[in-house]
Design a protein. Structure first.
Length: 259
């Protein structure tokens, strides 16, 4: 009888310990998906700030944003290297190690058409690598909640990506690819926003923040869909940043909901 009771106690303790371990892993991976997702946004924010600074639009704000984005990218990168031991993730992080220094050096140069073209190109490389890291970490979790964190977090990146290509177009990169990239990002942002609005784990606070994003989006969307006309770069800068801030808050709420 005592042995049976001992075995029962042992089994229950083991099951609770295993459940706690799995729970902790899921929370950590949810946070890692959020952190890696921020890297996508920062890859675009660095380039956007470089273009705004180089074109004399919100110079002080753009300069501060450029410096802070570089510092945050490097901090997040170091933390991800320390937190995620998976070899496939580590390989991509090692690749980012190589390319990020070149990207930072380019973004620190005085603005020129040649340097701007290189910054645009490098921002795409860093974005692609960062997205691959997000997908790999998300796959480690193998649960639904980190997926919605990825979707929400990607909205931060899209807000900055749209602004990046918008100011690049106004800066003289008036090619069809810039227009196509803006309109593609607009479609992706709207598709994801619709998906987030009907997400089952939405709290009243998440819903309220999504409503604020929707209102801001309605104001700014016409500028992107008619980018050829140009104008009001300060409005684009401020509004896309506000959207990014709301989406960052929303993503943080999804991380808490995943706990």
């Amino acid at each position: 009888m005592n042995i049976s009771r001992y075995l029962l106690t042992f089994c229950l303790t083991f099951m609770l310990a295993f459940s706690f371990s799995a729970y902790s892993a899921e929370v950590n991976l949810s946070k890692a998906v959020n952190k890696a997702g921020k890297q996508r946004m920062l890859s675009q924010r660095i380039a956007k700030a470089y273009f705004f600074l180089g074109n004399g639009v919100r110079r002080d704000k753009a300069k501060q944003q450029l410096q802070m984005s570089i510092a945050e990218f490097k901090k997040n990168h170091s933390e991800l290297k320390a937190e995620i031991s998976n070899q496939n993730v580590q390989k991509m992080l090692a690749f980012v190690d190589i390319v990020i220094e070149e990207y930072i050096e380019l973004a620190g140069r005085p603005y020129s058409k040649e340097s701007a073209a290189q910054v645009l190109d490098m921002s795409e490389t860093i974005l692609e690598a960062s997205h691959d890291i997000v997908v790999k970490i998300e796959a480690l979790a193998n649960v639904a909640k980190p997926k919605i964190i990825n979707v929400s977090g990607r909205q931060r990146m899209l807000s900055q990506r749209i602004a990046k290509y918008y100011i690049a177009y106004q800066s003289g990169f008036k090619d069809q690819d810039s227009i196509n990239q803006i309109k593609k990002a607009v479609r992706e942002f709207e598709t994801a926003l619709a998906l987030l609005k009907v997400e089952k784990i939405n709290t009243p606070e998440i819903t309220a923040n999504l409503s604020r994003v929707t209102l801001l989006w309605r104001v700014i969307r016409p500028f992107f869909m008619d980018v050829e006309k140009g104008g009001l770069p300060v409005t684009v800068f401020a509004t896309t940043d506000k959207i990014m801030e709301h989406m960052n808050n929303i993503t943080g709420m999804y991380v808490k909901a995943a706990a």
